[in-house]
Design a protein around this ligand. Sequence first.
Ligand code: FES
Length: 157
Amino acid sequence: MQNSTAIKENMLDNTVNIEKAKKMEVFEPRIIGFLCNWCSYAGADKAGAAQKPYSPNVSVIKVMCSGRIDPQFILEAFKKGADGVMILACHPGDCHYKEGNYRAVQRHRLLLRLLKQFGIEEERCRFDYVSAGEGDRFVSVINETVEAVKKLGPLKI
Ligand code: FES
């Protein structure tokens, strides 16, 4: 049989655990998605036109080409409170500016190394390819990224 102090401590522990669980439950990551106008943004449109549901956690910024995305944009997004960032580009060989997506993927690799030094997990910064016809793929990439960032929890820098 427990004494009253032990019972109070148990109740307090339970309350703290419930509060932690509530905080974990309500965590909705803020994710910034940089989408190429010619492919991924059109893919997002396709998903929207087909009324495919996907996570609302991603705020989209349309760029004319993934090659336009300066790594500074991504660092700034994290600095201003994003929990994750996505870069969605045309598939290899499909960039309307020939090699913008090749530059973007190279920059992304370098950026991941830099982010690691700041303690930012690579799952928080996803690079992927989505074409204009890939509405389903767009939905999968968005949902996978949101789930991955949810598992990591809020970014603390
Ligand atoms: S035009 Fe889409 S990545 Fe360059």
